[in-house]
Design a protein around this ligand. Structure first.
Ligand SMILES: Cc1cc2nc3c(=O)[nH]c(=O)nc-3n(C[C@H](O)[C@H](O)[C@H](O)COP(=O)(O)OP(=O)(O)OC[C@H]3O[C@@H](n4cnc5c(N)ncnc54)[C@H](O)[C@@H]3O)c2cc1C
Ligand code: SF4
Length: 513
């Protein structure tokens, strides 16, 4: 290997975009590097599929770049030279290739951003961070929009994004259909029809890779599905999956996006978050493709708008929240919740059918859809008083799409309200009635959805009222919770005490629920 190379370009495991402008022309003066390191497998306990998916995607991108004539130095997890730390490996490579320039793409995680910034300060050569060419908004755009405001409303951000990028607009100011938001039309439960979409994703056998990962001593949990691994390996596969979603699944997405069922783990969700967050896909191409589907009458405007809001609105918005609040966002804990996660978060072994299904499928597929994450697992965690930071680490580990910039605001902000309402206008909590309305979980559950008290009472019910009672000081002035507090006030003292007693006993036997 020659030593005349001058630039080392570093690609992180969630930067698997072969269309980045870096790769336009191969050059013998540039070495690309990717590395599988214990630093990244071990910062939380990860689901096996997440580790396999990222390593397999990195290996595939390295292969593709080599085929295109680029120079690539790939460090595998079992490479004897591997220092298992990003910066220790980079040090070795910079001196091996006698580089006089180091470049990396903008990391999405504060931890890595800091690490690389500090690393660059130690270098005797020039270094440069370049855009990852992925997001619509810059890191600090959201913070600028909301300067001086106590609450950062997603809807305001979303409208600005629609206007700025001309998405679903009649003209510079007016949205198509004369409405920004078609949310009310989007809430139905699912009773088996229309049929669940067929899973047409390509299956890969990653058992050799899985053996290497295990032999390297990487700890993980969940089903690796190593012999029939279905998350996309590269952009080509991700694009094919996106097309199938838009043509066959998206027409039903809007109607059933809040539905949950034991009969289907994905219902009509896109399963694109892994490909999107690893940058195999670009958000612009998804938004454009969905807009086209509406223009060609393949989906309704309500469906297209509802889906685009997730990508152009929520996804970009939570990233802005993340960068505006780091470091320190993970430590927010407005309710001072301290309870550890029950053991069954790692097994799904609970008599609560909703949680057993949502956690069970997360262990099986490294995936749960939004309402399962928010209104089953997150809802229970908040009502039960689980430590939001411990919960954040669990979410960060278990989901194939979990990267801190998107997971942390969703968990600590949206789901646990631990930031005191910066992101959510009220806590997303419910008693059994909501879960029953949106799912088939309650029928056949060990617990009775209608009861508030007694052995068989659904744990959500007493915990729900107790949550509002014990957090009266923080929440009662929230105008969106007026009805809840009026109902609480109407309850007599005996009823309130008995709910509190039931909630305490529920928390005391949390391991056995
Ligand atoms: C507690 C909690 C933790 C979450 N953790 C993550 C995470 O680690 N990574 C992640 O990508 N999403 C996370 N989400 C958001 C959402 O649940 C997932 O994006 C979605 O379930 C991914 O599945 P899908 O691709 O089938 O999405 P669909 O339901 O089909 O939605 C399409 C896309 O919209 C985007 N999207 C939708 N809602 C959100 C949101 N609230 N924030 C950001 N993007 C959104 C995603 O890119 C998603 O792929 C979390 C939500 C909650 C409540
Ligand atoms: S009865 Fe309660 S615990 Fe059982 S599935 Fe319904 S909400 Fe969940």
């Amino acid at each position: 290997m020659g030593l005349y190379v001058t630039t080392l370009r570093f690609i992180l495991g969630d930067q698997l975009n072969p269309e980045h402008s870096w790769f336009t022309t191969p050059s013998s003066d540039i070495v690309y590097t990717m590395m599988e390191v214990r630093q990244e497998t071990d910062y939380v306990l990860h689901h096996a599929q997440k580790i396999i998916g990222i390593f397999a995607g990195m290996r595939d991108l390295a292969r593709m770049l080599l085929e295109q004539g680029h120079r690539v130095h790939y460090i595998a997890i079992d490479d004897p030279q591997n220092q298992q730390s990003l910066t220790a490996n980079l040090d070795l490579l910079l001196s091996l290739y006698k580089c006089d320039l180091f470049e990396y793409q903008e990391p999405d995680e504060w931890r890595l951003d800091e690490q690389l910034k500090l690393f660059c300060k130690t270098l005797q050569i020039n270094s440069r961070m370049v855009s990852s060419e992925h997001f619509y908004a810059t890191r600090d755009e959201t913070a600028t929009l909301f300067t001086g405001q106590k609450q950062w409303l997603m809807e305001r951000f979303y409208r600005q994004m629609r206007t700025r990028h001309g998405v679903l607009m009649q003209n510079a100011k007016t949205p198509v259909g004369d409405k920004w938001n078609f949310d009310q039309e989007n809430r139905k439960s699912w009773i088996g029809t229309p049929a669940e979409p067929a899973d047409l994703r390509t299956a890969h056998n990653h058992s050799a890779l899985w053996t290497v990962i295990q032999a390297a001593g990487v700890k993980s949990f969940g089903n690796p599905q190593a012999t029939a691994f279905q998350w996309p390996l590269n952009r080509t596969e991700a694009l094919a999956q996106l097309e199938v979603f838009i043509e066959q699944v998206l027409p039903n997405f809007g109607d059933f996006q809040d539905a949950m069922s034991v009969k289907s783990w994905r219902l009509f969700h896109a399963l694109i978050s892994f490909a999107l967050n690893t940058k195999m896909l670009n958000p612009r191409e998804i938004v454009t493709r969905v807009e086209q589907a509406w223009q060609s009458d393949c989906v309704s405007l309500a469906t297209a708008e509802g889906f685009i809001r997730q990508i152009l609105g929520w996804r970009e918005y939570v990233r802005g929240i993340y960068w505006a609040n780091m470091p320190g966002y993970a430590q927010h804990n407005v309710f001072n919740h301290q309870s550890p996660l029950p053991e069954w978060f790692w097994t799904g072994d609970t008599k609560m059918r909703c949680l057993s299904h949502a956690i069970g499928q997360s262990l099986e597929h490294a995936y749960a859809h939004h309402i399962q994450r928010l209104m089953v697992i997150g809802n229970f965690s908040l009502l039960a008083g689980l430590d939001p930071e411990a919960l954040h680490r669990w979410y960060l580990g278990i989901y194939i799409d979990a990267f801190e910039w998107v997971e942390l605001p969703n968990t600590v902000g949206m789901s646990q309200y631990a930031d005191g309402g910066l992101l959510a206008t009220k806590p997303y909590v419910s008693a059994a009635a909501y879960i029953d309305r949106m799912s088939d979980y309650c029928k056949g559950c060990h617990y009775n959805k209608k009861l508030r008290e007694g052995e068989k009472a659904c744990p959500f019910n007493a915990l729900y009222w107790d949550f509002f009672a014990r957090n009266k000081e923080t929440l009662s002035k929230n105008f969106r919770l007026g009805m809840v507090y009026r109902t609480l006030e109407k309850m007599d003292v005996v009823a309130q005490e008995s709910l509190q007693h039931q909630a305490n006993s529920t928390r005391a036997r949390i391991e056995h629920l």
